[in-house]
Design a protein around this ligand. Structure first.
Ligand code: SAM
Length: 239
């Protein structure tokens, strides 16, 4: 919780500050989910199947947002810790979990990568989609180290995010081309200004930096899929 920040050293990153998109604003959250296609019931069902989540499995979803993945993981029999800094997101997710009848299988936590305290046994799977870019690189590594400590030996980390794999020399045309093709609306939530804000104020980084961090945090990269030059998916195993 936010009051926990007071117990941390003065140099500790405040991950509760909203950088870029404001996921506490119910209007922004509503338009974001109206326009996005990256977390649908079908895509999250496919991810649950890919990760082979089944009864008895334990899962943490960092940056769970509206809870679509967490709910599908729970419907497959998993027990889920759904973690997000945004109370607005968590309230939405809780309502969806009740509607799906899985509220007893999901624990919701208003916390983040750097502040969530995992009190139970290490888990089988950690998922984080479109959230790690909210941390600067130094703190991404701190977050990955914490995730490794929460995962069973041999457990899986699935990471999806805006991650750059273009030639750095060509950053300007690649960023511009991404924004041109990604904009789906003129209002908020996947609008031009959201992508511009993402690049200017959030902390998406290069694949070679993130891969170095994953390895240093104790993960073996099993699959690395650059979905495009600005979007990547990693399936990793804790070694
Ligand atoms: C773009 S949304 C993605 C939500 C969800 N994973 C999905 O795929 O739909 C990013 C989420 O990360 C959350 N977030 C931002 N910073 C965070 C942090 N430091 N720790 C955990 N969650 C964070 C935001 O509140 C928001 O719900």
């Amino acid at each position: 919780m936010i009051s926990d920040m007071a117990k941390r050293p003065a140099w500790f990153y405040n991950e509760y500050q909203q950088i870029g998109t404001d996921f506490e604003d119910p209007a922004q959250v509503a338009t974001y989910y109206r326009n996005q296609t990256s977390s649908t019931t079908e895509s999250e069902q496919a991810l649950v199947a890919q990760l082979n989540i089944r009864p008895g499995h334990t899962v943490i979803d960092f940056g769970c947002g509206a809870g679509t993945f967490a709910i599908q993981a729970a419907l497959a029999g998993g027990r889920v810790e759904a973690v997000d800094i945004s109370q607005t997101m968590l309230t939405n997710a809780q309502k969806q979990a009740v509607a799906a009848g899985v509220q007893t299988q999901i624990q919701f936590h208003q916390a983040g990568f750097l502040t969530y305290e995992h009190k139970a046994a290490p888990v089988d799977v950690i998922v984080t989609k479109l959230a790690l870019h909210h941390l600067p690189d130094f703190w991404k590594l701190a977050a990955l180290l914490r995730m490794a400590a929460m995962l069973k030996q041999g457990g899986s980390l699935y990471l999806q995010d805006v991650i750059y794999s273009f030639n750095p020399v060509e950053y300007r045309p690649h960023i511009q081309a991404w924004i041109e093709q990604a904009v789906v609306t003129d209002d908020a939530g996947w609008a031009r200004r959201d992508f511009e804000t993402h690049v200017r104020e959030e902390y998406s980084t290069f694949s070679w930096i993130l891969e170095g961090m994953l390895q240093r945090a104790g993960f073996k990269i099993i699959e690395a899929e650059p979905v495009s030059s600005v979007w990547a998916v990693y399936l990793c195993q804790k070694v």
